[in-house]
Structures are given as structure tokens and as C-alpha cells.
Design a protein around this ligand. Structure first.
Ligand SMILES: [Zn+2]
Length: 173
């Protein structure tokens, strides 16, 4: 008995020997019932183990799926957080550019679309301006000559007045 505790294989061996000795002295019917009982026990154990393993796999797979979703959401959250930080850091360098574009567009709109400005004469660089900002007509040679010689001219098509910037500066100085 003391040896059995120390060596479990020896303990199982003696138990098995005791069982065989006991089994052999039993009557035939009892032997058949015992064998059937052992097989039922083995089959029952196999079925039980099968369902336990199946259940374990089911639970584990759902656990891993949940874990995967959780990690994915976490990764996405961290990514968005870093993106926000990145935008926050780079915002200062990006914003002035955007503002420049906006201002430019506003200026363009005021010059081209505001009706009031069209009624006033527009200061232009005579050497660079080629088209009327109101109607879009290309300036004829006469208009350009007038701009250069007199310092002012009217559009052939719409009559908008243009004043040469260079002439104005020259006259002022
Ligand atoms: Zn015009």
C-alpha cells in the first residue's frame, strides 16, 4: 500500500492483477455482464470526452473570435487616436496653406463676380493684362496702345474702364 502511493504504476498493476484474479473466479454470466459493463463504460467515456472536446473547441473558437474582434477594435481605436494626434501636430503647418487658397479664392470672387467692382475702373499692369475680367474679351491692340499711351482704356465689348498701374505709379512719382 505504501509502495503504491510512491509508484502509481505499481499500484495500478497490483489493482489490475487483483481485478483479473477476482474476474476469473466469477461465473460465466457475471463475466459477460462485467465485460459488457466495461465496454459500455469505455464507450460512454469516449462519447463524453468527444462532447467535452467539441464543447471546448466551440467555446474556445468563440473566445478567440471575440478576442480577435476586441483586438481589431482596439487597434482601430489606437490608429484613430494616433491619426488625431498626427492631425493635431501637422494642423499648424497645413492650415496657413489652406487659408491662403481660401483668401485667394475670395479675392478672385470679389474681382470677378461682385457687380459693384465691375462698374469701377480696374488698375492693371498694362504689360501683363490680356483679357477683360468682366466679359472675357481679348484686348485689342488699340486698347493696349491706349493703356500704354494714355494710361487708361475701355473694353471694346463691355466698356469696362481699365487704368494702367505702371502709368499711375509713374504719374504719382
Ligand atoms: Zn469687357
Amino acid at each position: 500500500m505504501f509502495d503504491g502511493i510512491i509508484n502509481p504504476f505499481y499500484f495500478i498493476g497490483t489493482q489490475w492483477q487483483m481485478f483479473i484474479e477476482w474476474f476469473l473466479v466469477q461465473p460465466l454470466l457475471a463475466q459477460i455482464i462485467i465485460v459488457a459493463g466495461v465496454f459500455t463504460l469505455i464507450a460512454g467515456t469516449i462519447i463524453l470526452v468527444y462532447y467535452i472536446v467539441k464543447g471546448l473547441i466551440y467555446v474556445l473558437s468563440h473566445l478567440f473570435k471575440a478576442l480577435y474582434r476586441m483586438l481589431k477594435a482596439l487597434a482601430k481605436g489606437i490608429y484613430n487616436l494616433f491619426k488625431k494626434f498626427y492631425n493635431l501636430i501637422t494642423e499648424d503647418t497645413i492650415k496657413p496653406k489652406e487659408q491662403k487658397i481660401v483668401y485667394y479664392n475670395i479675392n478672385k470672387e470679389i474681382k470677378v463676380k461682385t457687380p459693384r467692382s465691375n462698374n469701377y475702373s480696374l488698375l492693371v499692369d498694362a504689360s501683363k493684362v490680356k483679357f477683360c475680367s468682366k466679359c472675357g474679351r481679348k484686348f485689342s491692340k488699340t486698347v493696349k496702345d491706349f493703356l500704354n499711351s494714355r494710361g487708361s482704356a475701355y473694353c471694346d465689348k463691355c466698356g469696362k474702364k481699365y487704368i494702367s498701374q505702371t502709368r499711375t505709379i509713374e504719374m504719382e512719382s
